[in-house]
Design a protein around this ligand. Structure first.
Ligand SMILES: NC(=O)c1ccc[n+]([C@@H]2O[C@H](COP(=O)([O-])OP(=O)(O)OC[C@H]3O[C@@H](n4cnc5c(N)ncnc54)[C@H](OP(=O)(O)O)[C@@H]3O)[C@@H](O)[C@H]2O)c1
Length: 373
């Protein structure tokens, strides 16, 4: 009996340690009142996106939930209005898999919404499910769709500057490798899908980096954010039904709740004073260093050019440094120059970049990832 109690105590103690060191997320701080500001959150009907939108609504922002399903989007908007007490939460239709839908969303948004202060690219997929497209669906939803949407909404972001773009990436970007000769090939089978997911998350980090460079001086800043390992539907929705009863309780125990996963994207959207870190990658509400492939400026430039083609970006729609841009607060800083670890540009009061070594939780996940692919 005593041995049993001792065992149970040790198990509980170990879990408390795991919980506080790996699972619990540091809370974001940042601007307390967002009254008068407008935010767009893609994929906001579930998981991390829904919790991100909830916090923005609680702080008083007008929040547009950009979701592919009207039914799920309207239901989420209803929930969020109830929970936040903020009636300015609305649904608008956006399917990132369709470039026509991205354009239709942008047209509808620009004609009905006078402001855009925060754009959060949260929507993402980890598998193609049963869908068979003649292109790389993971890249389309996770990178090309957001790339096009950013460009179409950029004029509004610029007029509302200082404004921010947050791209929800992942620590999986560390496993990514961009092969430009096969970037848009359809992916088949779960191993290819896991690789394509990592590649698309690397594309997120490189996109934020290149975008920051091109937007320098406009008052629009952008960040790549890793939410941490989160208990959401992202991977679980593709797991065979018989495995779910086993995996769900385990996921609940060892993964962050979506509210915890929302903290780093929120930090990037709301934290004052991080503008000089535009283009950087954040995890656990602090800036982190990325591997060489994710700070390769030539790859970032090539990805930009390829994405322009894949997104069907027309002349005059591209983000370039805009000499005539008149941000509301022209003093808003933004700089991506000198970002190499050997030449740190930011010291006090900003957190120094974390070493390339990952946090404990991410390290565990990346080891599992390596094992799988
Ligand atoms: N969960 C994690 O451990 C983790 C770790 C690192 C990074 N992330 C990133 O965090 C983000 C949010 O993921 P999550 O964990 O919250 O997963 P989730 O619960 O599956 O949410 C994904 C959201 O994206 C939406 N979406 C999917 N395809 C779309 C499309 N074609 N057009 C518009 N919206 C679409 C989904 O809408 P439907 O409900 O209609 O499918 C859903 O609202 C993703 O970018 C993911 O890569 C997650």
């Amino acid at each position: 009996m005593e041995a049993l109690l001792l065992g149970a105590g040790l198990l509980l103690g170990a879990y408390v340690l795991v919980y506080y060191n790996l699972v619990k997320a540091p809370p974001c701080g940042g601007i307390a009142s967002l009254r008068g500001r407008t935010a767009v959150v893609t994929g906001a009907n579930s998981g991390i996106g829904k919790m991100t939108a909830l916090e923005l609504a609680r702080r008083g922002a007008r929040v547009v939930l950009a979701c592919r399903s009207r039914e799920r989007g309207e239901a989420a908007a209803f929930d969020l209005r109830q929970e936040s007490g903020n009636n300015e939460v609305i649904f608008m239709s956006l399917d990132l898999a369709s470039l026509a839908s991205v354009r239709a969303f942008a047209t509808a948004f620009l004609s009905s919404e006078p402001r855009l202060d925060i754009l959060i690219h949260n929507a993402g997929i980890s598998s193609c499910g049963r869908t068979r497209e003649p292109f790389n669906l993971l890249l389309r939803v996770n990178h090309i769709g957001p790339f096009l949407l950013t460009h179409l909404l950029l004029p509004r972001l610029k007029t509302c500057a200082p404004s921010r773009v947050v791209v929800v990436s992942s620590a999986a970007h560390r496993r990514g490798r961009l092969d430009f000769t096969r970037l848009n090939r359809p992916v088949v089978g779960w191993r290819q899908e896991l690789r394509a997911y990592a590649d698309s998350k690397l594309a997120n980090v490189l996109f934020a980096r290149e975008l920051a460079t091109r937007l320098e001086g406009t008052g629009v800043t952008c960040y790549a954010a890793h939410p941490g390992p989160v208990n959401s539907e992202l991977f679980l929705r593709h797991v065979p039904g018989w495995l779910c009863p086993l995996l769900r309780p385990l996921a609940w125990l060892v993964l962050r709740a979506p509210r915890g996963g929302a903290q780093t994207p929120l930090y990037c959207a709301l934290q004052e004073g991080i503008e000089p870190l535009s283009g950087r990658y954040f995890a656990n509400c602090r800036v982190e260093e990325v591997p060489p492939a994710a700070r390769d400026d030539r790859a970032a430039h090539r990805l930009w050019e390829t994405s322009k083609r894949l997104a069907g970006l027309g002349p005059g729609e591209e983000a370039e440094p805009d000499e005539d841009s008149q941000p509301e607060d022209p003093g808003a800083p933004s700089a991506l120059s000198n970002l190499h670890p050997e030449e740190p540009t930011v010291s006090e009061p900003y957190p120094s970049p974390q070493s390339p070594a990952l946090g404990d939780a991410d390290q565990l996940w990346m080891r599992a990832w390596e094992f799988v692919i």
